[in-house]
Structure formats: structure tokens, C-alpha cells
Design a protein around this ligand. Sequence first.
Ligand SMILES: Nc1ncnc2c1ncn2[C@@H]1O[C@H](COP(=O)(O)OP(=O)(O)OP(=O)(O)O)[C@@H](O)[C@H]1O
Length: 579
Amino acid sequence: MIRAFLHAIGPEHARPVRTRLLLTALVCALQGVLFALLVPVVTTLLGEGPAAAAPWLIVLLVVTVLYALLRSVSLYLNFELGGRVSRALHHRLGAHVARLPLGWFTGARLGELNRMATDGVSRAMQVPVHILPPLADAVVTPAVAVLALLVYDWRIGVAAAVCALPLWAAFHHAGRAVGRNEAARDTVADEAAGRVLEYARAQPVLRAFGRTTRGHARLDEALRAEHAAVRRLLLAGIPALTGYALVLRVAFGALVFLAVHLALGGTPDGPLAVALLVLVVRFVHPLSNAADLGAALRMAAAGLARINAVLDLRPLPEPRQPQTPRDAGVEFDDVRFRYTDEGPDVLDGVTFRAAPGTVTALVGPSGSGKSTVARLLARFHDPRQGRVLIGGVDTRDLGSEEVSRQVAMVFQDVYLFDATIADNIRVAAPQATAQDLERAARLSGLDEVVATLPDGWDTRVGEGGTALSGGQRQRVSIARALLKDASIVVLDEATAALDAENEAIVSATVAELARERTLIVIAHRPATVRAADHVVFLDAGRVVEQGGHDELLAADGHYTGFLRARERALGWRLSAGPA
Ligand SMILES: Nc1ncnc2c1ncn2[C@@H]1O[C@H](COP(=O)(O)OP(=O)(O)OP(=O)(O)O)[C@@H](O)[C@H]1O
């Protein structure tokens, strides 16, 4: 547990954690000594009177003051450590997640990460503040009390030590029962958190189909699973915790019985018997919360294990000496890729070349792998086999930083920060001048949007850009790509935002972007496909045809068949030559 805790917060915090744990143990030992001192105090008080007990009372007072001082310092340091743990975990998680492959960030992962950064971190904070100190109290203080009992009456001391064995077994059992079920509950709680996010996002669809009140089955199912997991946790936890309490009561009763029985036999004598009974009470008291604390410790351990699992995820390997591309050409060389080890190949030997400064249209049915090609080009993932090359250099030898410098992505589901429009575009190039900004805005059609907004460039766009329409967000995304000095642009011509006006903007953008850059377009508009220098037609993860638009039309193969189907469905016009 301590190892998992240190692993999560990082080696630089190991020393302060160890010294504070040591101090906590020392405070608990001192508390045990205080209890042990009660024996001479009580025996001299009862046997010889207050005057004889005075020196012992002074010793008791001195140790009490020392204990109070050390305890205050320890409490303060443990609280301070709690704050430090929270900061360290947030920083470590943040820094690590920023190095994970972009492909890692799926919707489910975001729910998990959210819970980890809030619930997981706050539970980890509890460890040095609210769990380990009382747990140390429950172990060290009774241990010192047992030593004292051994010194004053070995028989009661041995009996107390023997009682510790079933207590330990019951404690261990309760912790395991709670820990096992807690890990299971955590998994379904993550699932439920992800489903709640999905439910919120899916509101427009649910309402459109009149399913608002009934919600959707996946959320209901996830909530039911969470409810069942909580029940299992309670059903396993409550008997185990009650069992521990029972063992503790029996142990206490047995020790009291033994002390009284021995006292009735003559040894220990009356005053010592009273003092030892007081010590037995003090031995039992810190143990009464131990099982709850053990369970809380297991819960925190489950949270820490999940945090450590994320911290142990390896980022994509980065080259020692990143190379630079020779030009803006793009090449896929026999690329195979699947998202999960168990899943099917999503790209199956994809090979194509996009010469520098040309426009390549990726065309194909839904699910054929067009977006996956774009993601591999931007190094969201590395291929399992084959190579993705930019400027003749493998993206693995360029490194993620160089790849992201070279490639700009224009997607419709672009994320906008809750900041001004200007800030949102400057993300692409923080040093850009006002003129650069205006040029990008003019070319992307964003200037018209800015002109209609109440505060112009200083208008805040709301979290995720909710204050803007889909088409407007797409223009922000285009402006970012124009501003970023990337030699390759990947453009997803999402159809959703393509009304007549946006269509014209996208056409102009394609032309503008293509002037100086290599453009890879996931093409949905006939105009783009016709204007492309090269068309790559994907089907089920394979490049089944590629060449110029006219050439492919003349071949009258898969591509022509696909266009015909599109023509019927969407009104695409099948014709050769530029639009
Ligand atoms: N994150 C993911 N995890 C697992 N499988 C995925 C993931 N993303 C896509 N896939 C699968 O990979 C295949 C190719 O998907 P991809 O999104 O690349 O297709 P596409 O041609 O871009 O489709 P569309 O035109 O509908 O956007 C599909 O079978 C899809 O289900």
C-alpha cells in the first residue's frame, strides 16, 4: 500500500512521507507509554497514597505535554502532506496524460479520468491525513500496551498478544472483503459516469426520438450495475466489519475475565489489577475503529491502483534525436493497424503517396478507415506494421512533437476553450500578429462571424464552444489551421456543417490551403474529389483503387460504383474534370 502510494505521488515525495510516518508512529508509541504509565500512577495512588504517586504524576504530565506537542506537529505535517499529495497527483496525472497518445482519449476514458482526478485524488489524500495516523494508532499503541502488560503481569500480556491473532485475521478478512468489492464497484462507477456524460451529450437525439423520460438503456443498465455493486459491497462489508467488532468484544471480555480471575487468586494484587484493567481498556480502545480504517485503506488502495495504472501507461516511444522531414510529402507504406489487441485490423496494408503540395482525397464508405488514416498521420497511434512517412521520414523517427508541428487537423468536432475567439485561434500560433489573425479569419470566413458577435474578437465562446454553431466552430478550426504554419493539413469535410454558405467557405479554404501545403481531405463533397490531384478509395481498411478522379471514373470500378450510390443518395453529380 505504502509502495503504491509512493509510486503514485512520485519518488521526490518519498522522504517527507517516510519521516512523517515515522513521526506518526513515534506519537502513537508515546501514547502507549502514557497508557503504561497509568499502571504505576494507579498502583501507587491506591497503594501508598497521593504523596507517593506525585513523582509518577509529574512524569505522566511531562510525557503528556510532550505527546500533545508532537501530536500537534504530526497532525499539521500530515495535513500539509495531504495537500502536497493532491497537488503532486494532479500534476503527475496532468503531465503524464499530456504525453499519452491522442488515440487514448476516448469518451469512456474521459469519464474515468474525471473520476480519477476528483474522487481518486481525494481518496489518496485521505491516506496520510485520515487513514494512516489512526491505523498506526491502532497498531503501535496496543503493541506498547501489550509490552507493558507483559512487564507487569506476563500472563495477561501473553493473553493480550494471543488475542491479537484472531483480531488480525478478522481485520484482514474485513479489508479484503471490502477491497475486492470496492475495486468491482469502481469499475462500474466509471462506466456509469461515462454513461451519464453520454446521456447528457445524447439529449438532442433522445429528445428527437421522444425518449427523454425513459432515458436510454445503456445508462439504466450502468446505474443498475452500480447499484448492484454497492449492494454487494455492503453485503460483504457489513458482516465482515460486524465480525471484527464481535471478535474484539470477545477478546476484551476474555482479558477482563482473566485479570479478575487472577486477581481473585491473589496476584496481581488489588491496585495492580485495577491498573491492568485500565491498561486492557486502553489496549482495546484504539482497535475498535481498525476494521473500518482497514476497509478505507483498501478503498484508497483500489483508487491508487487505478491512478498507478494510468501513470504506468507508456507514452508513444520518442526518438532520442528527432529527425526532420525532407519535404511535405506523405506516404503510407503497407500500414496495418487495429485499435485493440483483440479487435480486427482496421487498416489492412494501406499504401499510398501524397506528393508535396498536392491535394489527396480519401474516399470510401462509412467505417472504411478514412479517419483512422488521418489519425495515424497525426500520430494519434503508431501503426502495428508498416510505416507512415512524412517527408520521407518515419513518424516514429520524427517524434510526436515534430509530427504535430508538421500536421494541422481541421475537424468539425473541434474543441474550443471557454475563452475569447481570438484566444481560441491563437492556440495554433501564440506569437501570431493581429494581421496574421485577420488574414486567417478572412480566408476562413470567420471575419463575418466575428463582425456579428457583440464583443467581436473578444467574445467568449462558452465551454466547448457552445456559443457557436457547428459551421462557425468549423471556421474557427479552419482559421487555426491557416494560422498554424503546418506543411500538411488534414481536413475532414464533415457534411453536417455544410450549408451553402459553409460549402463556399470550405471550397475557398481547400483552394487556399492547397496553395502552399499538402492537403489530405476526408472528402464528402464532389467538388473536392474532382479537384483533388489524387483520390485514394478505401474499403474495409484496404486501398481498393487509387489515381486521378478521371482515371478512376474511366476504370469504372469500386470508385465509380460508390459515386453512383452517393449520387442517388445525396445528389452527387458524376462528371469528369474540375467543378
Ligand atoms: N477508437 C476506436 N476504437 C475501436 N475501433 C474504432 C475506433 N475508431 C474507429 N474504429 C473502427 O475502425 C473502423 C474504421 O473507422 P474510421 O472512423 O476510420 O472509418 P471512416 O471511414 O472514417 O468512417 P466515417 O466515414 O463513418 O467517419 C470502423 O470499423 C470503426 O468501428
